[in-house]
Design a protein around this ligand. Structure first.
Ligand SMILES: N[C@@H](CCC(=O)N[C@@H](CS)C(=O)NCC(=O)O)C(=O)O
Length: 199
């Protein structure tokens, strides 16, 4: 398998962190945005949205980071990161959708709207997550793809600046997930990385 990625953005980092955490046999190619690699005919044939990440597995071109996470968890069942029980699986799906339908748009708004107040935009969401994390080590109990999907957003430049003191369960979980091998190995280190999409 080959992942086309751009590692500093959360939707890519969540997948790279998952791959590295479990040492999955997946190669990673960093797309060159400066050279508009994502707009080439070859890339658009893989993903007509022109976005990363994209996972290629034989004749399957899979885009949308959360679909990639659940596919990898299915193809590598030893990860135990996606329950097979219908209710437990629905819980994981719920939090994946929460990340893409609520958390990602909220974070996006804070990046583009200088007047948007992080407390107002994000705190209601983190309060919901805080309730979910009460008495739990990870979002759905055991470590799952949902932790990778959500944590990547709390570890961005913006996510690192927020004050989590009034959501203590989120604060503790965030530290726990940040110390996982996959997130340690995908920490942003190279400010000279050639041009990519905004984080
Ligand atoms: N919902 C998609 C979002 C993908 C996305 O927006 N990717 C960004 C980087 S995080 C991208 O490739 N942007 C480049 C562009 O739009 O030109 C996912 O979760 O994979």
């Amino acid at each position: 398998m080959l992942l086309h990625s751009f590692f500093i953005t959360p939707n890519n980092r969540k997948v790279e962190a998952f791959i590295k955490h479990f040492d999955l046999d997946v190669d990673i190619h960093q797309v060159n945005f400066r050279e508009h690699e994502n707009q080439t005919e070859a890339f658009l044939a893989m993903n007509p949205m022109g976005k990363v990440p994209v996972l290629v597995d034989g004749d399957l071109n899979l885009w949308e980071s959360n679909a990639i996470l659940t596919y990898l968890a299915t193809m590598f069942p030893a990860t135990n990161a996606l329950p097979t029980d219908a209710r437990a699986r629905a819980d994981v799906d719920r939090w994946l959708h929460w990340q893409s339908c609520h958390l990602m748009p909220a974070m996006g708004r804070l990046k583009t709207d200088d007047d948007a107040d992080p407390e107002e935009v994000l705190k209601p969401l983190f309060r919901v997550l805080d309730i979910q994390l009460r008495d739990k080590e990870f979002v759905c109990g055991a470590l799952s793809v949902a932790d990778f999907a959500i944590a990547a957003y709390t570890l961005t430049k913006l996510g690192r600046k927020l004050d989590y003191s009034d959501v203590p369960n989120v604060a503790a979980w965030r530290e726990r997930v940040a110390s996982l091998k996959g997130f340690v190995e995908t920490q942003y280190k190279d400010p000279g990385m050639p041009g990519g999409p905004p984080r």
